[in-house]
Design a protein around this ligand. Sequence first.
Ligand SMILES: [Zn+2]
Length: 427
Amino acid sequence: MPSHDSTLEEIKDRIDIVDLISDYVQLKKAGQNWKGLCPFHAEKTPSFTVSPAKQIFHCFGCGSGGDIFTFLVRSENLSFPEALKILAKRAGVTLKTSQKEAAETGEKEPLFNMNKDAAWFFQQNLSKNSQAAGYLKGRGISDEVQKQFVLGYALNSWNALLNFLARKGYKPDMVKKAGLAVQGSKGVYDTFRDRIMFPIYDLKGDVIAFGGRAIDNTEPKYLNSPETPVFNKRRVLYGLNLAKDSVKDAGQVLLMEGYLDVITAHTFGFTNAVAPLGTACTQEHGKLIKRFAEEAIIVFDSDEAGNKAAKNAAGILLESGLHVKVLSIPGKDDPDSFLRKKGKEAFQALLARPLSIIEFFMLQKGDKRIIAREAIETISRTPDKILQGTYMKMLSEKLNVEERYVREEYQRIKKQHRAGHNSSVLP
Ligand SMILES: [Zn+2]
């Protein structure tokens, strides 16, 4: 927003960064610049530099740097809007309401920064823990893919992350706000302990949350960040930040169930794979996919729970206007185990002949009449009338009944929906 930017510039013009930082750090003149002990990391010789010419600060020790806003956000642990209000007051600049609103978007910045630091910390820990590193190696996840997904390890400790983040200047309250720490009766402690860590990225490349997988039999097997100001799991697909170009190129997304499915798929070259995060597929997921592709292929586990989730996802994705197909994985495998056991070519062969929605439904075990109604209920959700017609024709062929019966059933289900009933479970 230009008016917002010009206000920021005005505030920057009116506040000298050396003045501001001198309130916090003892600065000494060193040539063109000023130097002092860094407030963001522990040091004995000054590597923290302030440039009055450029109106920025930079620390050669820890790499922190920025302008007056960055400095205040970091040193007072503020959100961007809070820092903006304080500095506007100090500069004697009045903020308009719209500018205050625009500033709200900056509230997320400190959380992104802290999550990024946490991801770095987890990544460093991975090589130090042979069990964690061995686990990933044992699953055939190469160093390259580990780096690509920024995989890490949360130490088996109650406060390793809290201590690390404290040294970087983040207060426990903020760590809690990001879901990385929990308030217990005896104090604040790390949420993730002794787990393989999967940072979750948004499409801009910011770390918005984490998933943690237990290495042993600890329950829960998977632990995700809670909802935070930057994380809404209904709107995020794991791996889409890396997959989006492939999804666009292929015109197709592979929707899987878990992180490891996605990572293994990418390892084997199926770089258009993504997964929802510990949640069923949502309409927001459907809309998100629709931005990049027209077709979604559901690749879920072949067990009963997987089939149920696939049926549910199919309806939601159809509703988003996507073309939906289902990959049926033979036996009891999930995409991850299938790929590792059978390899790339076998998976490619499956991908070459995915099931249509109708074929998928008619393969389900149970009363064919109930399944047929479920199928009709599902295909009624696509806004594409031609596609709907094609599906109804296919279904009548599969059921070996005249198409008009399928259409009548479709009308009946629609009427019931309008009346607020759900017919899909009725015989
Ligand atoms: Zn520093």
